[in-house]
Design a protein around this ligand. Structure first.
Ligand code: IPE
Ligand code: IPE
Ligand code: MG
Length: 226
């Protein structure tokens, strides 16, 4: 079976999961954090090298302040736990996204875990946090100009993306039945395979992950050829 090197996931449906249970939206996000742990394990066991998880988009700042605060708190707790797990499991943490306006407490924890895991050789968890694909492309173009590049090519632009060494995702999964990118990896997704499932993110299991990999293995990728 052909296994992708890089799988990216748009983790969607936490709010609807909570609503169906008459719980606050934050309860959905808490359940979603458990699905993240399951998925990390499943990805590692499947032999995936890079797992990008869309955790918070540049547009998610428009949500109610209470939900944003809850999400940031959850993220802090997850980073603490991840710091410990990463040491045990040889995971490496990368972040894709802009630092501004993330709270200082989060940035400090991120820097700590990223530095502590930089030399790890296991799975790379690339957390898309305060991430927007249009922002990433604009940032790359500006960084290229600042560095003195006079003429952009695809290869040159790529060098200024958040992680030039991150291969394009062969597979992008989105849960909750929505079938759109929502400003995720617009550059990198040029030839990605898509897998959409109605399962809400908090219900996403190792079995669901395996099903996505099986579907991917059955695809024929042509890259414009015959
Ligand atoms: C995804 O779940 C998590 C984030 C975007 C942070 P949602 O919160 O978007 O859940 P729905 O789409 O409202 O169900
Ligand atoms: C995309 O989900 C962002 C994340 C999963 C972090 P959204 O729930 O924000 O996307 P839309 O608003 O349905 O497009
Ligand atoms: Mg959503």
């Amino acid at each position: 079976m052909s296994i992708p090197k890089h799988v990216a996931i748009i983790m969607d449906g936490n709010g609807r999961w909570a609503k169906a249970r008459r719980l606050p939206r934050l309860a959905g996000h808490q359940a979603g954090a458990k699905a993240v742990e399951r998925t990390l394990k499943a990805a590692q066991e499947a032999g995936i090298s890079f797992l990008t998880l869309y955790a918070f988009s540049t547009e998610n700042w428009t949500r109610p302040q209470e939900e944003i605060n809850g999400l940031m708190q959850l993220l802090e707790q997850t980073l603490d736990r991840y710091g410990e797990d990463a040491a045990k499991n040889n995971f490496r943490l990368w972040i894709s996204g802009a630092r501004e306006p993330l709270p200082q407490a989060i940035l400090g924890k991120i820097d700590k875990v990223v530095a502590a895991t930089a030399h790890h050789t296991g799975l790379t968890l690339n957390l898309a946090l305060n991430y927007g694909a249009r922002q990433e492309i604009i940032h790359a173009a500006n960084a290229a100009l600042n560095a003195g590049e006079k003429f952009l090519t695809a290869d040159i632009l790529r060098r200024y993306l958040y992680h030039p060494d991150l291969p394009d995702p062969e597979l992008i999964i989105r849960t909750s039945g929505e079938e759109r990118l929502s400003n995720f990896l617009l550059w990198q997704a040029a030839y990605s395979e898509f897998y959409f499932t109605p399962v809400l993110w908090p219900d996403f299991t190792e079995k669901e992950f395996q099903a996505a990999l099986t579907a991917y293995a059955a695809r024929t990728r042509r890259f414009g050829g015959v």
